[in-house]
Ligand binder design. Structure first.
Ligand code: HEM
Ligand code: CA
Ligand code: CA
Length: 302
């Protein structure tokens, strides 16, 4: 973990207005699209999970980068990539060549959590952007909704998260929604641990009536308050209303169930552990100092 190379005041001299500019731009995005915070939070996870937090997910397919990571089916439903590019273009006017796209992704995710009622998280900055991307690594490292609790731990152990933090970071599913393509397998080919509340299962079957989804548009909310960052995700999974198999499984596994139970009644504690998990996820395995580059445009290498 090269976390120590990052700094809380990294842009203090090179881009002193960074934070107010990002806050202002994010606010106007949030006011025009209530689903944006969920999109930014998931975008951060899917960037950091592949090659580290290096904005590899923003690269389009080209002769240099070959296939974009968006080619991977695991990135189905990823949105707001171009919005990061828009914020970048504003920052290029203010402080050219300074702020990495990788840091903008993290700042957007952090503002998304705060704007929707979650904790204010302090994050170190100074990530560099990659000159490569890998849709094969995206296929391999982005978790499927049907993973086991052991696979969940394996996913986050490399970032230094413990069991509590691994359960806390899943609390990101307090925001947003999922599409039938990620839900049908547990409805029509259930695995152990897929049991759910009968009424909720009925609702899912109504939303996703066929094993192969007829369209890509139907979605179901991740928890009962999909626009608010709160502990309802944990309350829902305890009631058998977890959207994905892994959401249900953490409420039953003896290693994770006590943590889910505590988060479901103690929002302060959830916010505290989520914040430390967020910093670990966003700091692990990043490019710093002489590595990588600061892209001029987020969707292509310099
Ligand atoms: C490790 C286990 C995880 C699995 C298997 C998983 C899986 C999924 C799936 C399948 C979707 C629905 C995509 C769609 O159908 O449109 C989703 C949505 C989402 N995930 Fe995860 N996820 C995991 C962890 C995380 C983490 C660590 C974060 C963030 C820190 C996150 C944030 C989100 C958000 C915010 C959404 C809603 C997106 C939207 O509404 O646009 N997830 N996740
Ligand atoms: Ca990446
Ligand atoms: Ca919620």
């Amino acid at each position: 973990i090269r976390k120590s190379q990052l700094a809380y005041d990294y842009y203090k001299f090179s881009c002193p207005n960074l934070i107010p500019i990002v806050k202002r731009e994010m606010l106007s995005i949030f006011l025009t699209d209530v689903s944006a915070p969920a999109a930014f939070l998931r975008l951060m996870f899917h960037d950091c999970q592949v090659q580290g937090c290096d904005a590899s997910i923003l690269l389009d397919s080209s002769y240099q980068t070959v296939n974009s990571e968006m080619v991977s089916p695991r990135n189905f439903g990823i949105r707001k990539r171009e919005t990061i590019g828009h914020i970048k273009s504003i920052l290029e006017d203010e402080c050219p060549g300074q702020v990495s796209c990788a840091d903008i992704i993290i700042l957007a995710a952090k503002e998304s959590v705060f704007f929707t009622g979650g904790p204010q998280i302090e994050i170190p900055l100074g990530r560099k952007d990659s000159t490569t991307c890998s849709f094969l690594e995206a296929d391999a490292k982005l978790p499927a909704p049907s993973i086991t609790v052991d696979e969940l731990f394996a996913t986050f152990i490399s970032t230094g998260m413990n069991i509590e933090e691994s359960v806390a970071i899943m609390g990101a599913h307090t925001l947003g929604a999922g599409h039938c393509i990620n839900i049908v397998s547990r409805l029509y080919e259930p695995q152990p641990g897929d049991r759910m509340n009968f009424g909720f299962e009925t609702l899912l079957r109504l939303a996703c009536p066929t094993k192969i989804p007829l369209t890509n548009v139907t979605f179901v909310h991740n928890d009962v308050t999909p626009l608010i960052f709160d502990i309802h995700y944990y309350r829902d999974v305890l009631m058998g209303r977890g959207l994905f198999s892994i959401d249900s499984r953490i409420s039953r596994d003896p290693r994770t169930a006590p943590v889910v139970n505590r988060f479901a009644i103690d929002q302060n504690y959830f916010f505290q552990v989520f914040s430390s998990a967020f910093v670990k996820l966003s700091s692990a395995n990043v490019l710093t100092k002489g590595q990588g580059e600061v892209r001029r445009q987020c969707n292509c290498v310099n």
